[in-house]
Design a protein around this ligand. Sequence first.
Ligand code: GAL
Length: 318
Amino acid sequence: MRINGQPWFDTDGNVIHAHGGHMLRHGEFWYWYGEDRRDDNYVSCYRSTDLKNWENRGAVLTVNSKTMPMPVRSDLTIKRNVEGVEDRIDGLNVIPASKGKVNIERPKVLYCERTKTFVMWAHYENGVNYSAASVCIATCDTPDGDFIYRGSFRPYGNMSRDCTLFLDDDGEAYFISSSRDNADLKIYRLTADFMNVDEDVRTLFQGMHREAPAVLKRNGKYIMLTSMCTGWAPNQCGFSVSDSMAGRWSMLENFGDETTFDSQPAFILTLDDGRYIYFADRWGGPGEKYFTSTYVALEIKFTENGAPYIEYCENSAI
Ligand code: GAL
């Protein structure tokens, strides 16, 4: 049994680094993608048949990943040019210029049935500060192969930071991200190949600074979880409900306690048996503390009215 907030280990006995992640089921496996900031890595991938034993499939996106342009004109910088750049302090973070890494956060992957391609969307920053506020895309023919980096851009020119992807039952995919310096949260419908935004369908929570979006669908209703915007410090998560992605979303109501049990949403896992799992990060903090970040997985329960809630439990739900 895994314990929430304790290090989790892969089948080789190494600590799992897949932060701000996402799980995708494909064939007999669940694939767990997440941030891995060690060495030259950006995005890690683990796979499992039972959501308990995780086999490390290696880093699927690194500073050395191949790049390839796409029709969306994007910035293909995957490694920062370090010439003349010195280590610097950005808020509480020490940014080591020597590593020459950009910052790739909250990777999410969907399989596009139409193009038979695994498409990753993530939050892109230049590795020095959070001014790029862009999304980046990477693609692969297999779930755990070497993803090809397709570049970063701002959807319709909008700033884009914390983000998620959601695939609806009708095959439509959505990208949701914090916009306008995190003040608003935007929902975009994607093109049929999942390689671009096709429509800016809704702007939610005007001026409310929401982050870490995660969506589930249950009994025809869409439920979105979001956190407040307080950096690495945990805060009160909220939920909102809608009859459609592009429709009207309800006012935020509290989800979990004032620190959401010391966690911030990464994604929601939808299981075949009808259960939904709130999967979250318990962040270690900035700098080296980041690497002590752990995970919290709790089953989402629902009231008679369909409102989601969680109760804290030491044992992880997966
Ligand atoms: C959080 C965000 C994380 C990371 C962090 C950096 O608010 O959810 O993904 O960007 O800020 O301070």
